[in-house]
Each structure stands twice: as structure tokens, then as C-alpha cells.
Design a protein around this ligand. Structure first.
Ligand code: BES
Ligand code: MN
Ligand code: ZN
Length: 492
């Protein structure tokens, strides 16, 4: 794990392997965006070199140059923050620039960050971005390049209470995101409902978080027909994990529900081979919920949070559920399973009902629910549906956290397409607006609780190249938004 410290040291005298400096665009010009007090000679030399170096200052542009005689460090790493306005670079641009630089420095021991960090907010953003960028997943590698070992973040306000709090929060956030990435990246041979439940139990050990696990027998006895139905095709049975953080004097009670399909083959409605390649990530929602609750506890937020991890493996076999099977969700509603690949909504329905039984003030679910989410919003923007005010709250929290979530409607008329010939509802409807249909299905199991549904099918997993602080594979997208929602609930 990369270690990060705040310092007020003179950056010129830090004996680091590299000093990270921001460059940005002001109008048509490429400019240095100095943070810590770089020697004016260094600023001058670097500034005059920018055109010849071909540095444009755009996001994700990272370049190493010799540090020159006025710095104790060996190299300067120029990292692009993109357009800088009057107020300097925005916080998310800082996170990404810090992340891209630190990512590119893997294999290096000591790095000083001389990025804009004049306020506690900026300190937090730089720390968060840098630590997120330092992530690497090496569980299955026999050779590896270690991430940067030590980061020193240079800031005039390093000693302030606010900067220290921002630093502490960044460490918790980055740890939570890394935890989600590790679970998402894990081989589905290793991560299945039982082992996931064990990870949750182990992760909560020594914290104020309580974990209870319902196994397949308890699920059957409790009427959790969605989890039982989806899980019965696999030799590895389903689990429902309840993760509770309940501080004294809690300001509100928030329920969080996560989709935890540890592998989605589609079941008997089997996916084509290509469509299955990334389906170990179909538990990203559950991983996000687990680590959000653990982070809320680590930050001692005055909010009661109950997380529900709906865990099952969706496999085809002689014991698998069939298209046209009718199942009964917890609470009694019946569902005709027309397509076994629309399994997420079945396990989510059970967990939403269970979560609603506790009457939380707010209920938020997060799921890699539909391919249609990616058709609508691409691979970096998540969707939010639900009760108007909760949906807007999530969108606002995402904006503050630096994640992209966009509001989507739940048009009542689309629900008609889920009419079943035999049961209360079918698990499929119109292909067009497939993300909204899935949202409308979940809505049937929510009741009156203020609720939002987050579909992160695209953003949960990066199939492309690394960018900013985002690695290949599991991204951990959603943790920062949910944690921000909890922080806001704490001050209501
Ligand atoms: N896990 C998938 C959704 C998904 C697809 C997530 C691609 C990430 C990337 C989900 O269980 C699924 O298969 N959904 C179906 C629903 C359909 C059968 C109604 C889909 O989107 O095709
Ligand atoms: Mn599926
Ligand atoms: Zn799925």
C-alpha cells in the first residue's frame, strides 16, 4: 500500500525520485500550474521549454523531464490538468492529473507532489487522485511492478486541521475504492457467494460493522425466491449478506442494496462467449455497498447504514431455473422468468424487499444491471433512476465526488411491457429502453421508501486503457458518490 504524507517542506530540497507538477491550458496557451513554491528558475526554464517539449497541458498527458540543478529531485513529471480558469483547475481535474502521474511512476520509490494544494479541498483531491492512481492488481501475477512506495504532498496548509481531515478521508476513500477493484478483478473461480460473504465478514473484523449471512437454506425458508432461483443452477449456492453500521445518535438510516452476481453466464438463456468475458464484474454493486459501509464506519459518520449484498452465481445446468419458470420474491409477488439472463433484477428484488422491511429513510441500490445502460450512456457515465428528490440528491453527490451519474426517467407506460400471461410480472419487457424497464421492475419491490437505482453496467469495469486515476478492469466507480450521499445525510 502506498503511503502518503503531507508536508510544508521546501519542494526544491526534497530528495525524491520525482516531483510532480501540473500543466494546463489557459485559452490557447499551455501554462505551468505551480502548486508548492517551485524555485522561480525552475518555473522559468520549464515554462520556456513547454512548446519544444510538445506539452499541451491536456488531461492524461504525462511527461518526464530532467529536474535541472535547482531541485534536489532527479526528474520533474509534468501532468496535464486541462483547461484552467480563474479559480485554477477543478477538483476532479486535479484528482485525475495526480492519478495519471502516480500511475505512470509505478516502480518509483519516492515521489513529491507539487500540485495545486492551497486549500484543504485541493489537498484532499490531490491525495485522493494520487492514491487512486497508485492502485495495482497483482494477485495472479508472478512478476510485478510495485506502485509508488511513498508520496509527499507539499502544501502550505499541510498542518491545518482541515487538511489533515481531508488527507484522512482520502486514505479511507482510496482504500474503499481499492477494495472494490480487488473484488471485481478477482477470478470468479475464487470469488463466489460463499467466499464473498467470508470476505465481508473478514473485512468487518475489528470494526464497528456487523455482518450477518443468510445461506441457501435460510434463503429458501425466508422466501427469497429470486436469490434461490438464480442461484440454483450453480454448484455454489447463493447468499444474502447484511452489513450493518449503527452508530449511537445516528441522524438518518440509509439502506444500500448491491447486485452481487459473482459470474453471469446468462444461465440457460446463455450469453455468447464474447458477452461473458467481463461477467466476473457483475458483483460490482455488492462490492461497492460493502466497501461504502466499511468506509462510513471508518469515517465514523453519524448515519446508520444497512448494506445488503445479493450474492449468486448465474449458471446453466440441469438444476438451473428455466425460461418460463415462475418464482416468488420475498414478500409474495410472483415473477415469470422469461429470460434467465435478466437475473440481476430477481436477486435485487429480494434484497430491496428485505431492505424496505426496516423502513430506512432512504434506499439506494447499485447494480451492473443492463447492457442498455451502456447503449444509453456509454462506459463512463452511470445512470440514476428513482424518486425525484433522491435521484437529484445522488446526481448532486456524484458531482461533488467527481463521478459521473446522469438522471434517467421511469416512464410508467413502459411497465406494461412486463405483463406476464401467468404471473404478477415478467422479468423482461420492451427491448427499447431496456435500462428503464429494469428500473421499473425494481420499483415494483420498493414500496413508499424514497429510493434511487444506480445502473453502473458500463462504468464499473474499464475494458479500455487506463486513464487518470482509473486502471484497467474494476474501477470502483460508485463508492465516492454513495459515501458523499451518506455524508450529506449526516448533516441533514
Ligand atoms: N449483467 C448483465 C448486464 C451487463 C451487460 C452488465 C454488459 C455489464 C455489461 C445483466 O444481467 C444482463 O444480462 N442483462 C440483460 C437483460 C436482458 C436479458 C433483458 C441485458 O442487458 O442484455
Ligand atoms: Mn444477465
Ligand atoms: Zn447480470
Amino acid at each position: 500500500m502506498t503511503e502518503l504524507t503531507l508536508t510544508t517542506k521546501n519542494v526544491a530540497r526534497i530528495q525524491a525520485d520525482a516531483v510532480v507538477v501540473a500543466v494546463g491550458r489557459r485559452g490557447e496557451e499551455t501554462v505551468l500550474v505551480p502548486g508548492a513554491d517551485l524555485p522561480s528558475s525552475t518555473v522559468k526554464t520549464l515554462t520556456s521549454l513547454l512548446p519544444a517539449l510538445g506539452v499541451s497541458g491536456k488531461a492524461d498527458e504525462v511527461l518526464r523531464v530532467a529536474a535541472g540543478k535547482d531541485l534536489a529531485a532527479d526528474v520533474v513529471v509534468l501532468t496535464g490538468v486541462g483547461p484552467v480558469g480563474e479559480g485554477g483547475a477543478d477538483l476532479e481535474a486535479l484528482r485525475r492529473a495526480a492519478g495519471a502521474a502516480v500511475r505512470s511512476l509505478a516502480g518509483t520509490a519516492d515521489v513529491a507532489l507539487a500540485l495545486p494544494a492551497a486549500t484543504a479541498e485541493q489537498v484532499g483531491a490531490v491525495a485522493e487522485g494520487a492514491l487512486l492512481g497508485a492502485y495495482s492488481f497483482d494477485r495472479y501475477r508472478t512478476t510485478r511492478t510495485a506502485p509508488v512506495a511513498r508520496l509527499e504532498l507539499v502544501s502550505d496548509v499541510a498542518r491545518s486541521k482541515e487538511a489533515k481531515a481531508a488527507h484522512a478521508r482520502a486514505v479511507v476513500v482510496a482504500g474503499a475504492v481499492a477494495g472494490v477493484r480487488d473484488l471485481v478483478n478477482a477470478s470468479p473461480a475464487d470469488l463466489y457467494p460463499q467466499s464473498f460473504a467470508e470476505e465481508a465478514t473478514a473485512g468487518a473484523k475489528g470494526t464497528k460493522v456487523k455482518v450477518t449471512v443468510l445461506d441457501e437454506k435460510e434463503l429458501a425458508a425466508g422466501g427469497f425466491g429470486g436469490l434461490v432461483g438464480v442461484g440454483m443452477g450453480s454448484a455454489r449456492p447463493p447468499r444474502l449478506v447484511k452489513v450493518t453500521y449503527s452508530p449511537a445518535r445516528a441522524k438518518a438510516h440509509v439502506g444500500l442494496v448491491g447486485k452481487g452476481i459473482t459470474f453471469d453466464s446468462g444461465g440457460l438463456s446463455i450469453k455468447p462467449a464474447k458477452g461473458m468475458e467481463t461477467m466476473k464484474m457483475d458483483m460490482a454493486g455488492a462490492a461497492t455497498v460493502l466497501h461504502t459501509v466499511l468506509a462510513a464506519a471508518a469515517l465514523e459518520l453519524p448515519v446508520r447504514v444497512t448494506g445488503w449484498l445479493a450474492l449468486a452465481e448465474n449458471m446453466p445446468s440441469s438444476t438451473a431455473q428455466r425460461p418460463s419458470d415462475v418464482i416468488t420474491i420475498r414478500g409474495g409477488k410472483t415473477v415469470e422468468v422469461l429470460n434467465t439472463d435478466a437475473e440481476g433484477r430477481l436477486v435485487m428484488a429480494d434484497a430491496l424487499v428485505a431492505a424496505g422491511e426496516e423502513n430506512p429513510d432512504l434506499l439506494i441500490d447499485i447494480a451492473t444491471l443492463t447492457g442498455a445502460q451502456m447503449v444509453a450512456l456509454g462506459s463512463q457515465v452511470g445512470a440514476v433512476m428513482g424518486t425525484d428528490d433522491v435521484r437529484e440528491e445522488v446526481v448532486a453527490a456524484a458531482g461533488a465526488a467527481g463521478e459521473q451519474f446522469w438522471p434517467m426517467p421511469l416512464p410508467a407506460e413502459l411497465a406494461d411491457s412486463m405483463k406476464s400471461q401467468v404471473a404478477d410480472i415478467a422479468n423482461m419487457g420492451d427491448r427499447f429502453g431496456g435500462m428503464l424497464v429494469a428500473g421499473l421492475f425494481l420499483k415494483e419491490f420498493v414500496g413508499d421508501t424514497p429510493w434511487a437505482h444506480l445502473d453502473i453496467a458500463g462504468p464499473a469495469f474499464n475494458e479500455g486503457s487506463p486513464r487518470g486515476y482509473t486502471p484497467e478492469g474494476g474501477t470502483g466507480m460508485g463508492v465516492r458518490t454513495l459515501l458523499t450521499v451518506l455524508e450529506k445525510a449526516a448533516i441533514r
